[in-house]
Write a protein that binds this ligand. Structure first.
Ligand code: ADP
Ligand code: MG
Length: 394
């Protein structure tokens, strides 16, 4: 019931070229293949985790205290459905905060989107390494964060991946297998070490390598989530769920006056089916997986998280990665990076990250296993009977 009404809301936000199709309780946006091609493109929405969250969340809210108001707003932004839900007893304050949040998302999208020609990222990409470009402090902060994670993950995360992302066009109507020569060139151009950021008295200037293209798609939603949380706290909001297409942050008490119960999308099941629940408070929860956006060609599935070293969708042995931490920007970059790194590297990488929790889903000969970091173990409840839960010691 609840799931259906949520889908109806998604339906209202979808752009005209995309038809919605329900299948097995899940939802798919199906786009017709271009004339002259035989392949069909299936592009799944990024709202997987969102749907589940709201299901659990609404179930909770039935028992919310009557004096509490719930204000919710949603919109199609940042290439996904963003939804903000606030709780409190001062509806005027909540309404003002939610208005400001929506404006803030729009403002940040205008700085960071690769699809908006006047954005900082597009201006950098137009210069294509020809000359330094002056960018805002916020974009510079995020780019520096992205480069920091590039360094720490030895390039598994790389914001100079833009040429590769563009060649594949996954999530767009022109998604296709790139020309191998062009892809080799795009891989050559993907190198975070070529970016220089100079802080001067008259502003911050960035120069990319010649021909490089920046794409902050793997980290921007996390950053926007953090900014919205900051804004809401400043506006005196004490309980909120921020959901930017599955990039979640919660703070304050849940409507049930306790922890928030967040369902994590089952990587092999239709949208809305979760394999486990994380009981959390005051954190961000971010999931990355190959099932989020992909297209199929000759029976092969090509997804949207790339290995910068090959230019192809990462051939990860992970079915999904969920990262839980205080900072959504970090959780976003990390979920993408861990997926690229694969299970073995991710486990050793997580050992050095004391304040980060994770759930890594992988298939082993003995079945599908959800590996959960030690600290999270007591707050992660496995619901899927076909999966096993194992601990990652940190
Ligand atoms: P989603 O956007 O579905 O939440 P992610 O956070 O994992 O998923 O980000 C995937 C996006 O990040 C891609 O659409 C692309 O824009 C960008 N990207 C893909 N591969 C990489 C990579 N190895 N490093 C940095 N960014 C990447
Ligand atoms: Mg990410």
């Amino acid at each position: 019931m609840l799931l259906r009404s949520h889908f109806a809301i998604i339906n209202g936000n979808v752009c005209e070229t995309i038809k919605l199709k329900k299948s097995g309780g899940g939802i798919q946006k199906t786009m017709k293949a271009k004339a002259g091609t035989s392949r069909s493109i299936v592009y799944l929405t990024a709202a997987a985790v969102t749907v589940i969250l709201m299901l659990l969340y609404w179930a909770n809210s039935d028992s919310a205290s009557r004096s509490q108001q719930k204000i919710q707003r949603e919109s199609y932004r940042l290439g996904t459905i963003v939804r903000i839900t606030l709780y409190g007893d001062d509806s005027e304050r909540l309404n003002k905060a939610i208005d400001l949040s929506m404006k803030e998302i729009e403002r940040l999208e205008n700085l960071l989107s690769v699809n908006i020609p006047s954005s900082d990222v597009s201006r950098l990409n137009s210069a294509s390494g020809d000359h330094p470009v002056k960018i805002s402090e916020e974009t510079a902060f995020l780019l520096e964060k992205a480069l920091e994670w590039s360094e720490r993950t030895e390039g598994a995360f790389d914001p100079t991946i833009g040429k590769i992302v563009k060649l594949w066009g996954i999530g767009t109507e022109r998604a296709a297998l790139p020309d191998p020569e062009e892809l080799r060139e795009a891989v050559r151009l993907t190198d975070f070490r070529k970016i220089s950021i100079v802080h001067k008295e008259d502003g911050i200037f960035v120069q990319t390598g010649k021909g490089q293209r920046i794409d902050l798609g793997g980290i921007a939603k996390g950053y926007v989530t953090d900014k919205i949380k900051e804004l809401l706290i400043k506006e005196g909001v004490s309980s909120a769920l921020i959901d930017l297409g599955g990039n979640i942050a919660v703070f304050g008490d849940s409507p049930k006056m306790g922890k928030w119960k967040l369902g994590i999308q089952h990587p092999f099941r239709p949208r809305g089916e979760y394999f486990g629940i994380a009981e959390v408070s005051d954190v961000s929860v971010v999931t990355s997986g190959p099932y989020e956006r992909y297209f199929e060609s000759d029976g092969v599935r090509y997804h949207h998280i790339f290995d910068p070293a090959t230019g192809y969708p990462a051939r990860s042995d992970l079915a999904s990665v969920t990262v839980i931490g205080a900072d959504s920007t970090d959780a976003d970059a990390l979920s993408t990076a861990l997926f690229v790194m694969g299970f073995g590297k991710s486990v050793s990488f997580l050992k050095d990250l004391k304040n980060i929790d994770a759930v890594l889903v992988t298939e082993k000969p003995e079945g599908t296993i959800a590996y959960v970091t030690h600290k999270l173990s007591g707050s992660f409840i496995l619901k899927e009977s076909d999966m096993k839960k194992e601990m990652i010691s940190q």
